[in-house]
Design a protein around this ligand. Structure first.
Ligand SMILES: [Zn+2]
Length: 145
């Protein structure tokens, strides 16, 4: 791996990236195809995110990966003005948003191409896919057209 261990990334200028795991591998494989997919519990039909082996509502381990509309609204947000990790220094100020997707799951990400003062609760957004490495495509958002 070209960027060293996760621990080393925090000490350098490298952008810290998600680590692929047994639970999230399908999420990132879908994102690399330009698809936002969430686990959906087979017995109780609820969606969940982040990826995990069991349903937080009914504890079932049976689920499918279902395609999301990628559409939702900003539930809450913050503007990071620093200090931050060195890798994020050049991005300041940047937003961190909690998007409530139409499927009912919360997703922490960033709204691209949006000035800090323009972000507001209830703002309609849609997913966009930002390839970073061969393995990792990040899911970000932009305002709905
Ligand atoms: Zn369930």
């Amino acid at each position: 791996m070209a960027h060293g261990s996760q621990r080393e990334q925090h000490l350098t200028q490298d952008l810290p990236l998600p680590q692929i795991s047994r639970d999230n591998a399908e999420f990132y494989a879908a994102a690399a195809r330009g698809e936002l997919r969430f686990q959906r519990c087979t017995p109780c039909r609820r969606f969940r995110h982040y990826p995990r082996p069991a349903c937080p509502y009914c504890l079932s381990r049976d689920f499918t990966w279902e395609l999301s509309s990628g559409r939702g609204t900003v539930y809450t947000w913050t503007i990071v003005r620093g200090p931050t990790l060195p890798a994020f220094q050049d991005k300041l100020p940047y937003n961190v948003v909690d998007v409530l997707l139409d499927e009912g799951v919360h997703f922490q990400s960033e709204v691209l191409d949006c000035a800090p003062e323009e972000i507001h609760a209830g703002m309609p957004v849609e997913a966009v896919f930002v390839p970073v490495t061969d393995e990792i495509t990040l899911v970000k958002f932009r305002r709905q057209a």
